[in-house]
Design a protein around this ligand. Structure first.
Ligand code: LLP
Length: 423
């Protein structure tokens, strides 16, 4: 469910015609719907109403400060994976005691920053990381609250690049290693093992992998109790999929019902780290058709958004629905929708049939709110797109369009130093 609908033949973001926003801000343009965002958060969060829980939105999906601020006001915590995400979460007003820190490669300085911020918990992914956290916490005279990320070896049945809970993935600790590492954690003075964590993958469209992972964690929990470790938090990660095309992922309510049922009798606070299901259908990317052409028997629609703006189709072969901003007369075309970047891998859609467009028309790529802007780059020296947040008939610019100066600003100093180097 989202608030990007056609009214009188024109695509609207809530109550605002998308074409009006383009007139003001140009293309490529990311447009988000605040009402959709809040609705998705509420639908997810309320699915777990029956138990103690904390919904920690996964910042990596979309880290715009304004979007984070809206979610924080709705009561969300955050799942972060870098010092930069911690900085953003705090800047956006996310309470420090609702922040969990995941990721396999936390650097010392990042750990230090998170300890100074006094976040809720580190999700630790290796023995060396645990030892590093303990040492840094000791230096700061603090005790770090931690959980260990367990790799439950469950197949999430999703794209291999975004599967994370199989034993061949780099994430987490195997169950035997995790047991040893919990024993170590118990013996270390500056860490407090208060949780247990896993995340098995992203864009999951079935309930069964979540339940399988939870079953394995529950069995593991029994072993922890035998060791005298009583945890307070069970973090099941994120991963719930959304509909890009014809997928039929479970509704958050189904996930909630199943997990609540399975957790009966366990005295823990459930933490969830949803990203895509909150932000994905909250945003669209709008581009303008620059040219159309037909080579041999293949038609190309060349737009001004490219793989630097939305890399998912190029990187994962992902599907994003593409549709013109102004509804046509019913005539269809089949084409590759491509950007101006000098690689054949630069496409938003391949062999796609959609209402016919011509030079100057606007096209929207749907479901671009998660892993869209955040994965954008300046490749081919293309300034990043602007981002707009709409609510009802009002809107604000939440990130300015980058300008050419943004491309070179950090290189200017080098420009004078390079002459010295070559003297
Ligand atoms: N927690 C952890 C530890 C994660 O690694 C992730 C995503 C999440 C939560 C949020 O998962 P979600 O609810 O969004 O599925 N760039 C890829 C997705 C990568 C996901 C990585 N981890 C894409 O565009 O599909």
């Amino acid at each position: 469910m989202h608030y990007f609908q056609y009214k009188d033949g024109h695509l609207h973001a809530e109550d605002i015609p998308v074409a009006d926003l383009v007139r003001e801000y140009g293309t490529p343009l990311y447009i988000y719907s605040a009402t959709t965002l809040k609705r998705h958060f509420k639908a997810f969060d309320s699915a777990f109403e029956g138990i103690h829980h904390l919904t920690c939105y996964s910042v990596k999906a979309n880290s715009n400060l304004s979007l984070l601020k809206i979610l924080a006001k709705e009561g969300a915590g955050t799942d972060i994976v870098s010092g930069g995400e911690l900085f953003r979460a705090l800047r956006a007003g996310v309470p420090r005691n609702k922040i969990v820190y995941s990721g396999v490669g936390k650097k010392a300085v990042e750990i230090q920053e998170a300890l100074l911020a006094d976040i809720l918990m580190f999700n630790v992914e290796s023995r060396q990381e645990l030892e590093r956290i303990n040492a840094i916490a000791a230096d700061l005279d603090k005790v770090a609250r931690i959980s260990l990320r367990i790799n439950p070896d469950v197949d999430p049945k999703t794209h291999p690049y975004i599967s994370t809970g199989l034993k061949e993935n780099k994430f987490g600790l195997s169950r035997p290693d995790a047991l040893e590492t919990y024993a170590l954690a118990k013996s270390l003075p500056n860490v407090d093992p208060i949780g247990m964590d896993c995340h098995i993958g992203s864009q999951l469209t079935k309930l069964s992998p979540f339940l399988e992972a939870l079953d394995r964690l529950k069995a593991f929990h029994g072993q922890l109790l035998e060791m005298g470790i009583k945890i307070k938090y069970l973090d099941l990660g994120g991963g719930l999929g959304i509909t890009y095309n014809e997928e039929e992922p479970p509704h958050p309510e189904d996930l909630g019902r199943a997990l609540v049922e399975s957790l009966k009798g366990m005295d823990v606070t459930l933490i969830l780290e949803p990203g895509r299901v909150i932000a994905g259908n909250t945003g669209i990317l709008v581009a303008e058709v620059q040219y159309t052409k037909t080579n041999e028997d293949k038609t190309f629609v060349i737009v001004d958004a490219a793989m630097n703006d939305l890399v998912r189709p190029s990187l994962y072969g992902s599907y994003h629905r593409i549709a013109p901003v102004k509804e046509g007369n019913g005539e269809q075309m089949t084409a590759d929708v491509v950007g101006p970047i000098c690689e054949s891998g630069d496409f938003l859609a391949k062999n796609r049939t959609f209402p016919k467009v011509a030079q100057g028309d606007l096209l929207a790529a749907f479901s671009a709110g998660a892993y869209g802007f955040v994965m954008s780059s300046q490749y081919n020296s293309r300034p990043r797109a602007a981002e707009i947040m709409v609510e009802g008939d009002k809107h604000v610019l939440i990130r300015k369009r980058e300008v050419y100066n943004d491309l070179v600003e950090l290189e200017e100093e080098g420009l004078s130093l390079i002459d010295e180097l070559q003297k």
